[in-house]
Design a protein around this ligand. Structure first.
Ligand code: GTP
Ligand code: MG
Length: 572
């Protein structure tokens, strides 16, 4: 059962629970927003390095996002809500700092007040609808419904709202868009611009964490829930899942030094004899709470026996697929590391978005768990490649650890997770390779990588002998005895290698690596990066029929032959 709170004491209509079905396109209108998580990234490396010194740490981004979210509410509105009247009505509770509308199974507004007191004032003026069930639980969520108070326009027009799509554009549209660009570098930056999380989508992610925290706080009043993974590491694509971390460190005493005498709190963990069992118990009760009382949270599954126990559910008002974990501090560190690498050089994010999109277009990655390469593994592979450039574009993790100060020291479950947090201490070497060169080199690098013998290691920035027989070995950056790509089977790795060979080859063909403008009134023909995303052409320039008859090894041999010829031609 869901509880919905409506405005206005004299509410004429009967109580209506927000009905949230299926997954619709989000449409938002944003007013007066500050730049947040958005960076103006060009390919001017020097400018980027200067900008780097002003970078916010992930810690600062998280703190800012959490603080904004606590002053915010999420309101389900009538589809023809008049914006001006709505603002006038809501601002009776205090100054509004930011607001935006979006669509997801109806119209929603995110309203950020200037002060937290406004949220309390809004609750005071809100009605708890009477329901016939005796089991109604008056849980005061910051997900509210606004109904029947004359704020709707009688016409179909939504006054002054500028709408913005919040789900990624379909791949066909992306291909068309990229085909209109004038260089492969522009195609790559354009892809990043189209796919990356918008400022308002990031805010909504923090707000959903904050709404979840209100639920978890029933058990753990001082807990926090933070987003991690691609929601905050700078590599998130619109529509990506929302990974959340229930942080109890503030109350667990983990970071405090224990006095030798005096009072100590009595903690009772019944039936739990390991840290993992405690995590499972915590997630079990929170999962139950989310399932029973979490407004808009549906399809709750407690997946407690996974390597990393989690509660999975869909948050319908935002459209996010959510994974809630606890005691997952190594993943937080991985997120921080990926964020740092993304901030160091603008080419990192551009290439991560491109390679992730390319991999998804060819089914190398998937949203379904299985033997596929994950986005996380793919990102580590790209970072490793950038460390192997001459000169390297990004430093090794060991170097980042050597630059760390005493405050950066972090040991989690015996694993050294220390690395520098002060960006200004990191000196980059001046590598001026273009995005186009790097993308092509990335494909060549992995087309010929000795996967059978070597392991990918971003700690050392150098391939190491493989410690186990898994087809793909990528050392976990922090839990160094683990392989992050243990799930990947030989078939999937072979597909990845074959596609790298073909993509590298395609990028070197004069017929596909230059703009092919359409004649007047006609669409431009796919070229460059756009060609790499076309499933029917990526597997070879030859026709499908012909390709099917030819064994894969022959195809690859001929592609390699062609690559060899191209490079010989270049040399001569
Ligand atoms: P998408 O959700 O696919 O957009 O990317 P993501 O980076 O969020 O990946 P995912 O949701 O699978 O995982 C969330 C975060 O958990 C990652 O960003 C990593 O920080 C961490 N993570 C995921 N897989 C592994 C792994 O195998 N080992 C380690 N150490 N961390 C992982
Ligand atoms: Mg994720």
């Amino acid at each position: 059962m869901r509880i919905s709170v409506s405005f206005g004491a004299a509410m004429a209509s009967p109580f209506a629970v927000c009905r949230l079905k299926g997954r619709g396109s989000l449409v938002k209108c944003l007013q007066k927003v500050d730049p947040f998580l958005h960076r103006n990234i060009g390919t001017d490396v020097v400018a980027a390095q200067e900008e780097r010194h002003g970078c916010k740490s992930l810690y600062a981004v998280q703190a800012e996002g959490q603080e904004q979210a606590e002053r915010s509410v999420l309101i389900s509105c009538h589809s023809r809500t008049n914006e001006k009247k709505f603002l006038k009505y809501i601002s009776r509770h205090g100054d509004i700092k930011k607001y935006f509308f979006y669509e997801s199974y109806g119209l929603y507004a995110v309203v950020e007040f200037a002060n937290r007191e406004s949220v309390a004032s809004l609750f005071e003026g809100a009605a708890i609808p009477s329901v016939s069930h005796e089991s109604t639980v008056p849980f005061k969520s910051r997900l509210l419904s606004l109904r029947n108070i004359g704020l709707a326009d009688s016409t179909n027009q939504q006054s002054g709202q500028q709408c913005q799509p919040q789900t990624p554009i379909p791949i066909n549209e992306l291909i068309q868009r990229l085909s209109k660009e004038e260089s492969i570098d522009q195609q790559i930056t354009s892809l990043r611009d189209v796919y990356q999380l918008t400022e308002e989508n990031s805010r909504l992610r923090f707000l959903v964490c904050s709404l979840l925290k209100d639920i978890a706080a029933a058990y753990f009043p001082e807990c926090t829930i933070k987003p991690f993974g691609s929601s905050v590491n700078g590599f998130g694509k619109l529509g990506c899942d929302l990974d959340m971390f229930l942080d109890l460190d503030g109350i667990s005493g983990r970071n405090a030094t224990m006095p030798k005498s005096g009072l100590s709190l009595e903690y009772q963990m019944k039936r739990a004899n390991s840290e993992r069992a405690v995590t499972q118990s915590i997630l079990s009760v929170i999962g139950e709470c989310v399932d029973q009382f979490g407004p808009g949270c549906v399809g709750v599954q407690k997946i407690l026996n996974a390597r990393c126990p989690l509660v999975r559910f869909a948050h319908q008002p935002s459209g996010f697929q959510c994974d809630l974990t606890a005691n997952n501090r190594v993943a937080m560190k991985s997120t921080e590391l990926l964020y740092l690498y993304g901030e160091l050089d603008p080419r990192v994010r551009c290439l991560v978005f491109t390679v992730r999109c390319w991999a998804r277009a060819h089914g190398i990655t998937s949203s379904i768990p299985g033997a596929w390469i994950t986005n996380f593994s793919l990102t580590v592979m790209l970072l490793f490649f950038l460390q192997r450039r001459s000169p390297p574009i990004i430093p090794t993790l060991d170097h980042l650890r050597d630059l760390a100060g005493p405050a950066d020291k972090s040991v989690i479950e015996g694993n050294d997770c220390t690395f520098v947090s002060d960006f200004s201490k990191i000196q980059l070497q001046s590598n001026t390779e273009t995005l186009e060169q790097l993308l092509c080199e990335f494909f060549e690098f992995y087309a010929t990588f000795a996967f059978s013998r070597m392991s990918i290691n971003i700690r050392k920035g150098k391939e190491q002998n493989k410690p186990e027989v898994a087809p793909l070995h990528i050392q976990n950056p922090f839990e160094t005895s683990l392989n992050v790509s243990k799930n990947v089977n030989a078939t999937q790795l072979d597909r990845f290698v074959a596609l790298c060979q073909e993509s590298s080859w395609l990028l070197q063909q004069s017929e596909t690596n230059a703009p092919r403008g359409g004649s007047k009134g006609k669409a431009s023909k796919p070229w460059g990066l756009a060609t790499l995303l076309l499933p029917s052409q990526i597997a070879g320039i030859k026709s499908r029929k012909k390709r099917r008859r030819e064994p894969a090894s022959e195809r690859i041999k001929s592609l390699l032959e062609s690559l060899k010829n191209t490079s010989q031609q270049k040399k001569s």
